[in-house]
Design a protein around this ligand. Structure first.
Ligand code: SAH
Length: 204
């Protein structure tokens, strides 16, 4: 009988570890920051639903897959290198999540809002891309199907993240433009959205 390598539990175990580390980063950096008095709220009515879908995609379905036998019939197999690629992508995602929380500091908000004391951050990981937190989430979403070999739990976050990203990112940029005007426009000219810009004006 052919030996299973690596142990079938290795990559899912890495996902659980990453889920824990990601939650810890969020918790440590955002504790007590939800009560910031909001001068302007740009959230759309769809936001609560989109955020709910994201938590189903990155948390609920992976946990159902990992803790119950309910999704067993939807498993697939990948070569070992794909799992290791998932480990690299997931580690990069956690690093970027951590760094973007450090750099954004007290400007972080779960909503699209601009607080009265908001400043424009253009340093650290924000010096090359405007949305490193979203970039971290995309890396996570790409890693998930490489770590969780299941047609339901694997791609769930990719599917859930796309509508949130499409709805929020341009709205957020409009909000930042309305507050910071020319300063944000210049910042847009030298950065990409989630991929560092090679040309003068990056939209991705
Ligand atoms: N979209 C960013 C930030 C997500 S947190 C990212 O992906 O990294 C969302 C809040 O961050 C927004 O409500 C906005 O007020 C704030 N924000 C976004 N970009 C910012 C910047 N460059 N400087 C300061 N605050 C910013």
């Amino acid at each position: 009988m052919a030996a299973h390598f690596p142990s079938p539990e290795l990559f899912p175990a890495f996902y659980i570890l990453g889920l824990f580390a990601g939650s810890l980063i969020r918790f440590c950096f955002t504790r007590g920051k939800r009560k910031v008095r909001s001068a302007e709220n740009w959230s759309s009515r769809a936001d609560p639903l989109l955020l709910f879908l994201v938590s189903v995609g990155m948390l609920v379905l992976p946990l159902v897959y990992l803790l119950t036998p309910w999704l067993e019939g939807f498993d697939y197999a990948l070569p070992q290198w794909a799992g290791w690629l998932g480990v690299v992508l997931f580690s990069s995602s956690l690093w970027l999540l951590w760094r973007s929380h450090v750099d954004l500091g007290s400007n972080w908000s779960p909503k699209l809002e601009i607080g009265p004391d908001q400043t424009l951050v253009t340093g650290g990981v924000y010096s090359r891309i405007r949305h490193p937190m979203y970039a971290a989430h995309w890396l996570w979403a790409l890693a998930q199907p490489l770590l969780l070999w299941n047609w339901v739990a694997g791609p769930a976050f990719l599917v859930a993240l796309l509508p949130l990203y499409l709805v929020r990112v341009s709205r957020e940029e409009q909000m930042m433009l309305s507050r910071f005007g020319e300063q944000y426009r210049e910042y847009m000219d030298r950065t990409g959205r989630i991929i560092p810009s090679l040309c003068s004006r990056g939209s991705l």
